[in-house]
Ligand binder design. Structure first.
Ligand SMILES: [Zn+2]
Length: 645
């Protein structure tokens, strides 16, 4: 049993997110800053690509073989990585017994070959670096050019009025352009979907300073009775605080502010310092969602004791203000959570908890909520059917007119069957715009497509909104869980697992397994990364322990069992004969790995206590209405969607 956990202290860098609304003042200026930031980033990409082109030209001249060799080495590396991964999987399955010698030999040969190529590259590079041409125009010369190009772009956009917070953030991020694959231009449509405005605080700002109103980059004013705006029928509540961010200076060098209504529903941690403030604007279907993120530098969790002794937390409690909930953190107690998914008939198990006080319970997602999520998927397949109907006639139509098509219809005439709904929708709109008259033949085709487009838009809006609501509901419920835990236990222990691996597996259509597909689906449903994030926000400390052996070792005797049926929930230990629930066993192992010992009184079978998130009764009226109207949206969709699962 692992007894030596590498505890990762939480709290060095943390992001605190708050829901926000569009700025009340200088909104146009904020939007313009977002556009400028987008352009500035692309300008930096341009600078980098230019330098790389110059470098490649010199290499082509002096050591022409080098570029092709680089390519070959990269490809070789990919092949080796693939084989190594396959070998690792094989080893896992065989549990270390008789590794297949064929793969090992193949890998050895490949590596030797790669080594030879790398040697060749070294020689070619030495030749290149020694050449007069490189000494004259390459190396330092290119670095100097890059530096100049970047600094020119910086002052160019300074003159354009790009505020320095955005500018310096982008400049920092573009540091990664220099090494690795060449950077790519970002299309404006991507930035429309998600973009941001950034403010950098000088030297870090505490909550106290933020609230004092004396800082010249950011200030926060609380309105315990809410911030209200004129609504269509009645005033609309827009959070309970106003955040002012500096977006520029006037002629007297006085700050120009933009005022953003936010829901300041939790305080920043004691003695945390704000380093950056981001204002995000994201596009959900056709609605804009705003969000404020404070990037914090917090004291390490271990320092909280010292802060508490200095009276930090006490001071915070006294600062309680009407209308704003104050968080309470438990100062002792540990709970281990075996995070993972397991599907039961009417719920999805997403975690099993074992705590230092001997309490054990399950975390579940309600089956009804899952059913709603399946409905969203049903809508997607309904949209696929609708699109296929169009592709079936449109593709031959385009192909038969290849000689006489306007330019915008050439790409779809080649590979329309690979296009998604939104690309086809964009094409149809563009087609209508660019050829408002067109031939009679075109008009007939457009009329058919127009009909499809209105149907597609209708279902798409609906699908995206419902999905967003369901996921928001889950996130909210996870936050509630995290708070419930954080008020009783000081520390949550999780095992270090990388769920990303599952997502990299190919789908069934491309040779993947049905099992992996199901796993991916439930993993998505469970939203485990959201659960982890919620825990980080709601509990004082989150620690990781390595995952080796937590599921197969017996928590009572420590013996590692070989599993006959890896799917079975109950297991009888071969050594000590104890019958235990697999997830409870794992949770107890994780708790032990964090250094906590508990004399368990309860039998290690499935816990009777369970917390269920997203159960129907937990839906508020608006959510219930949205879901029931989703079923009645129109009979055709309901029919198509109701049939799934
Ligand atoms: Zn045992």
């Amino acid at each position: 049993m692992p007894r030596n956990p590498k505890k990762k202290m939480d709290g060095v860098g943390r992001n605190y997110k708050y829901g926000a609304y569009a700025p009340l003042t200088n909104e146009d200026e904020v939007r313009w800053q977002m556009v400028l930031g987008h352009r500035y980033r692309n300008r930096l990409v341009e600078v980098e690509l230019d330098i790389r082109a110059k470098r490649d030209a010199i290499i082509q001249e002096v050591a022409p073989g080098l570029l092709a060799l680089e390519d070959e080495i990269n490809k070789m590396g990919e092949i080796i990585a693939l084989h190594e991964k396959a070998q690792k999987e094989q080893n896992k399955k065989q549990r270390g017994r008789d590794v297949h010698p064929g793969v090992a030999n193949l890998l050895r040969d490949l590596k030797a070959e790669k080594k030879g190529l790398v040697g060749k590259r070294k020689a070619l590079k030495a030749e290149l670096f020694a050449s007069d041409r490189w000494k004259q125009d390459g190396g330092d010369h290119l670095n100097q050019q890059r530096k100049e190009g970047r600094s020119n772009a910086y002052s160019e956009y300074k003159d354009e009025g790009l505020w320095w917070g955005v500018r310096s953030k982008i400049l920092r991020e573009s540091g990664s352009f220099i090494s690795g694959a060449p950077p790519k231009f970002r299309g404006w449509h991507k930035s429309v979907r998600s973009t941001r405005f950034v403010v950098q605080t000088q030297g870090g700002l505490t909550e106290e300073e933020l609230l004092s109103g004396r800082n010249t980059t950011a200030r926060l004013t609380l309105f315990p009775d809410g911030v209200w705006a004129e609504g269509k029928r009645r005033p609309k509540r827009m959070g309970d605080a106003i955040l002012d961010l500096r977006i520029g200076s006037d002629e007297h060098r006085k700050p120009i502010w933009t005022s953003i209504p936010i829901s300041y529903d939790r305080h920043l941690p004691a003695e945390a310092k704000i380093k950056w403030i981001y204002l995000f604007k994201r596009l959900l279907v056709d609605k804009e969602k705003w969000e404020v993120v404070f990037a914090l530098e917090c004291p390490a969790a271990a320092d909280y004791d010292a802060i508490r002794r200095r009276g930090g937390d006490k001071k915070r409690t006294n600062r309680n203000r009407k209308g704003i909930r104050l968080r309470k953190y438990a100062q002792s107690g540990v709970v281990a959570i075996d995070v993972g998914w397991r599907k039961f008939e009417d719920y999805l198990l997403v975690g099993t908890c074992a705590a230092s006080d001997g309490r054990e319970w399950e975390l579940r997602l309600d089956g009804n909520w899952l059913g709603q999520l399946r409905r969203v998927e049903g809508m997607q397949s309904y949209r696929d059917v609708l699109l296929n109907e169009q592709v079936k006639w449109l593709h031959p139509w385009l192909k038969s007119r290849k000689g006489s098509l306007p330019e915008l219809l050439l790409p779809p005439s080649r590979n329309l069957e690979k296009w998604g709904q939104r690309s086809v929708a964009r094409l149809v709109k563009q087609w209508m715009r660019e050829r408002p008259i067109g031939t009679l033949d075109e008009q007939r085709a457009l009329a058919r497509l127009d009909e499809w487009l209105s149907r597609e838009n209708h279902v798409w809006h609906f699908q995206a909104n419902l999905q967003h609501q369901l996921l928001l509901y889950r996130r909210e419920e996870y936050r509630v869980w995290a708070r419930r835990i954080g008020e009783v236990y000081r520390c949550v222990v999780l095992e270090k697992l990388n769920y990303g691996d599952w997502h990299k597996k190919p789908p069934v259509e491309r040779g993947g397994s049905v099992k992996a597909d199901m796993a991916k689906k439930y993993l998505r449903d469970a939203g485990l990364s959201h659960l982890k994030n919620a825990l980080k926000g709601g509990v004082l400390q989150v620690a990781d322990v390595p995952h080796e052996g937590t599921t197969v070792n017996c928590h009572a005797c420590g013996h590692a069992d070989v599993w006959e049926d890896p799917a079975a929930k109950d297991h009888v230990c071969e050594t000590c004969g104890l019958r235990w629930d697999r997830d409870v066993n794992a949770a107890r192992n994780i708790l032990a790995a964090s250094g906590v010992t508990v004399a368990w009184e309860r039998e290690p079978l499935a816990p009777t206590e369970a917390w269920t998130a997203c159960s129907k009764s937990g839906l508020n009226r608006a959510q219930r209405r949205a879901i029931s109207s989703s079923l009645a949206i129109d009979s055709e969709i309901a029919l198509a969607v109701g049939g799934s699962e």
